[in-house]
Write a protein of this length. Structure first.
Length: 182
């Protein structure tokens, strides 16, 4: 291998390796929130990173590398759901290993609540509240309108509120005078 080829490839590999080392835990957590299974999440991240490596010379010059990778991850999840063997669901699931950053009980509660959401609402919640994207960014990533993002976010948060905090589900989220509703 010539020196300039070796130097360029080494630099590319170092830059890519640094990006992966810094962002992989976040990508795994996002994938886990999307699909709810640590093994499928690992596969999704691995497939995304393999595709990213091929496109790295072009992608690394972008100002929005994270946005590009996030879109790859979400699209990979959508594509995976279209495959016939992914439509099969077991009737009883053994518990997965806990997700990073949560205890086992919170992990189970969070996934049970997310699993209760339709896939579209789950994607919106992950992009809006885990990635912290704006309504417009979420709409662009999912290729839907901003109204769809707003309505799905509202419906998803109401469902999550009912599931995770049933005692708060009937209370108002506005700052009204508590005596007005009596």
């Amino acid at each position: 291998m010539r020196a300039e080829e070796k130097g360029g490839r080494v630099l590319r590999d170092e830059e890519f390796g640094a990006y992966v080392a810094a962002r992989r835990p976040h990508l795994f957590r996002s994938a886990w929130l999307l699909c709810g299974d640590s093994h499928r999440a690992e596969d999704l991240v691995q497939e995304t990173l393999a595709k990213l490596y091929v496109a790295w010379p072009r992608v690394s010059r972008l100002d929005t590398v994270d946005a590009y990778v996030r879109r790859m991850l979400v699209n990979g999840h959508i594509d995976e759901g279209r495959r016939p063997w992914r439509r099969e669901r077991p009737t009883a699931e053994p518990p997965d290993s806990p997700s990073p950053g949560l205890g086992a009980e919170e992990d189970d509660d969070l996934w049970a609540a997310l699993r209760a959401l339709p896939a579209g609402q789950r994607r919106v919640v992950v992009l809006r509240h885990y990635w912290g994207l704006s309504i417009e960014e979420t709409a662009a990533d999912l290729n839907v309108g901003t109204g769809t993002v707003k309505s799905q976010t509202s419906a998803a948060l109401a469902s999550l509120r009912r599931i995770l905090s049933p005692e708060l589900a009937g209370t108002s989220t506005t700052h009204d005078d508590p005596g007005e509703n009596r």
